[in-house]
Design a protein around this ligand. Structure first.
Ligand code: ADP
Ligand code: MG
Length: 492
């Protein structure tokens, strides 16, 4: 093999100390390359061996220069023994390889020359609506004077627009802490997890948006895990791994949405593992979202899961009734509408498990009101809910009755199931038991169990007490009737 041929594609240094390519270590390295070429596939050879520069040789070590820390880690993990074995074979004595990372100045030179049209990393995600993102396609991964990125964040997904509720309190507080001090808290990575449509994407965008406005963090990258995978595969195909890894390592905040889609993708996970380590080491902030707790993610490498657990994992639960109503109020307010409370409550009572669906109902409601020139009232709400979720529910759960009763009477919900014998709590509990008996098919035993494990005779006693009090106390009668009609409004 000719030397020129073997060196083809190797970036040549400007003011090199190693210009003499007839030097011993060059010859040795070329011999090694010839052997290695027969042992790895051509793609890997191009990606991982051509960029290496032989630097020097002493008695025990062969020094090679590689373009980045990441590159050396990759070699270390995948080709360390191959290189050592081949070196020993060529040198006929035991030699190990050692890495030198390309000096920063040269790094910049090389990268500036490559100023890559980077693999669509910043094309707008379907989740986002930032039209300016296209302009961010042409990024220059030079480390100094790095331009700000224009991450494709939805400008509406802010903390301000994120309604705080018991279900998301912890995740929101953690996200705020990270947004105020990226890389500076022990919440690194911050992993937010929860079911579909519960606000994960909104919350991770909020961190990015907050940092853009505060001007503190310049290089923010938001990407879905699928996009990361696609770009990684593309980088391999286009032989642009170096740009790929340099690019990811140049950001100050990396947000990866829906990491559950890394499942089963071994190579992508490897790549992400190294990116993660490099950023973490540099004190850069990493924010991840997932539909499950990291340790419950199947098909994910153990070492990756253990990295995810270095920081803080915070979950988002399905929102309670009050939060659902507050979200609807917030969203309709943002659209410039003031919708009657009973309409919002009706939607919130019927759409319980997914905020995206909740929003879908609201959007349909507004659209139909405007297109059909109708007023926003219960009648329209019922039609919309029926068309969005198929059916208006024909039954009420015991939990909902408890929630509505406690809300109406202004008492903490957990007390209704507790042992407390305070008069107002006992009254609320008895009203809720009464309404449960009236509005559901639950047995006395089931009802008792749902009210802190009380027995069926307690439920009978409660029922009779409320019936009696409605006959003797008009105020009590009004309260129970109000509650009853509130709950019945959620039915057909
Ligand atoms: P996920 O990523 O968990 O599937 P998203 O973040 O896409 O969910 O949320 C779905 C929709 O619900 C978005 O439009 C988002 O703005 C809205 N949403 C979720 N949680 C909240 C909240 N706490 N306050 C306001 N809007 C919310
Ligand atoms: Mg999402």
């Amino acid at each position: 093999m000719q030397e020129e041929e073997a060196l083809a594609g190797i970036p040549q240094p400007e003011n090199s100390q190693i210009e003499d390519e007839s030097a011993e270590h060059h010859k040795i390295w070329n011999e090694c390359l010839n052997i290695i070429r027969g042992r790895v596939n051509s793609q890997n050879f191009k990606t991982w061996f051509e960029p290496i520069l032989p630097l020097a040789l002493d008695k025990e070590k062969f020094f090679i220069q590689v373009p980045s820390q990441f590159f050396s880690e990759w070699l270390e993990e995948h080709y360390y023994s191959l290189i050592n074995e081949v070196l020993t074979q060529v040198m006929k004595s035991e030699i190990t390889v050692d890495y030198v990372i390309t000096p920063e100045e040269r790094d910049n030179e090389n990268q500036a020359a490559q100023t890559a049209e980077f693999p669509a990393v910043l094309k707008p995600d379907p989740d986002s609506i930032n039209l300016k993102a296209e302009t961010a396609l042409k990024i220059n991964p030079v480390r100094q004077n790095q331009p700000d990125l224009q991450p494709s964040l939805n400008p509406k997904y802010t903390f301000e627009n994120y309604v705080k509720g018991e279900s998301n309190q912890f995740a929101r507080a953690a996200a705020l802490a990270v947004a105020n001090n990226p890389g500076g808290t022990s919440f690194n990575p911050l992993v937010i997890y929860g079911g579909v449509g519960l606000g994960k994407t909104h919350l991770v965008h909020a961190i990015g948006n907050h940092l853009i406005w505060s001007g503190k963090t310049k290089r923010i990258l938001y990407i879905s895990s699928e996009k990361f995978t696609v770009d990684f595969v593309e980088a391999i195909q286009k032989d642009s791994m170096t740009e790929f890894s340099n690019y990811y390592r140049s950001v100050d905040l990396l947000i990866v949405d829906d990491i559950q889609f890394f499942s089963g993708k071994e190579k992508t996970q490897d790549m992400f593992f190294h990116t993660f380590n490099a950023l973490h080491q540099l004190g850069k902030q990493i924010v991840l979202s997932s539909d499950k707790a990291p340790k419950e993610l199947k098909g994910l490498n153990e070492r990756l899961i253990s990295r995810f657990q270095w920081g803080l994992t915070a979950d988002i639960q399905p929102p309670d009734l009050e939060t659902r109503i507050a979200i609807l109020r917030k969203k309709s307010g943002l659209e410039g509408y003031d919708i009657p409370h009973d309409v919002l409550e009706f939607i919130a009572l019927n759409v319980t498990s997914n905020i995206r669906e909740l929003e879908g109902c609201l959007i349909s409601l507004l659209a139909r009101a405007s297109l059909e020139d109708r007023s926003i009232d219960m009648e329209l709400a019922k039609e919309v809910v029926r068309s969005v979720i198929g059916e208006v529910r024909s039954h009420i759960t015991i939990e909902e009755i408890q929630r509505v009763v406690c809300d109406h009477l202004g008492i903490p919900e957990d007390l209704i199931r507790a042992k407390t014998r305070k008069q107002e709590i006992v009254n609320a509990r008895q009203i809720a038991m009464y309404l449960t008996k009236e509005l559901t098919n639950s047995s006395l035993k089931t009802i008792g169990l749902h009210f802190g494990g009380r027995d069926h005779s307690t439920v009978i006693h409660a029922y009779q007490t409320i019936e009696d009090s409605m006959n003797t106390d008009p105020k009590q009668k009004v309260i129970v009737q109000q509650l009853r009609s509130k709950l019945e409004r959620t039915l057909h």
